[in-house]
Design a protein around this ligand. Sequence first.
Ligand SMILES: [Zn+2]
Length: 294
Amino acid sequence: MEDILIRCTSNDGSIRLFCCTTINIVEEARLIHNTYPVATAALGRMLTAGSMMGTMLKSEKDSITLQINGKGPIGSIIVVSDISGDVRGFIANPFVDLKPNDKGKFDVGGAVGTDGVFTVIKDLGLKEPYIGQVPIVNGEIGDDIASYFVSSEQTPTAVALGVRLTQNGTVNSAGGFIAQVMPNADEKTIDLLERNVLNIKSVTDVIAENGLKGLLDRVMNKIEYTVHEKKIIRYRCNCNRDRLEKALIALGEENIREIIEEQGQAELVCHFCNNKYQFNKEELEDILNKAIND
Ligand SMILES: [Zn+2]
């Protein structure tokens, strides 16, 4: 079964809702990065949020990057998405092993840490990217993203993100929702939404039992809504040889010369998908010429 993202609004215009399943996306990320369980949960929550926030963009050329670093053992997590909702991610230390927290859940907050910031970078094709930053609330990611929407975009937002694993660490449920209150929203609808959100104890249980439609029905219980978009989302990297060649050129003449003299070749590994790109001596000399003429 594929991962699906749904975008809808309440019929009275008070709420817009994004919800998705990310079981395959998080499992693929786990396989690429070889993450331990708590790291799978942390990266998975970021990927889930990144996908939904990607689909909030306006143009196909735009992209969004979410970054969190709370000086915890995981280091930073970076995810990148675009309007398609396809997403890719990187985690600095995938081999973090922590005991469950006092609620018996993955201690994502402990793994991420709370001494730092959550950053959103939107490349909207303008001269400078938009950068929004908020202090980390608790490192659990859902609350940090809600805080970002309230402080940086002035939009009251409820966020729930979840990843559930089997005993041997594979992903068996993942997904979440972002529900936003629109300007001039109806108080009654807001009350209903708040109640519905509080009633959902675990998004991963709802998804496992009733699928994405089940989650949608729970968040929008007693609220009339219209679905505007329903699409398949994937883990997708857009690296290619050309991009990595540009990265090498950007190292500059001196550094490229050093690589040629000391190593005679170069192997670059994409941080998001682990694809390897080899450059032999002749290719590096070609790159050096491009750097000189840059
Ligand atoms: Zn890649």
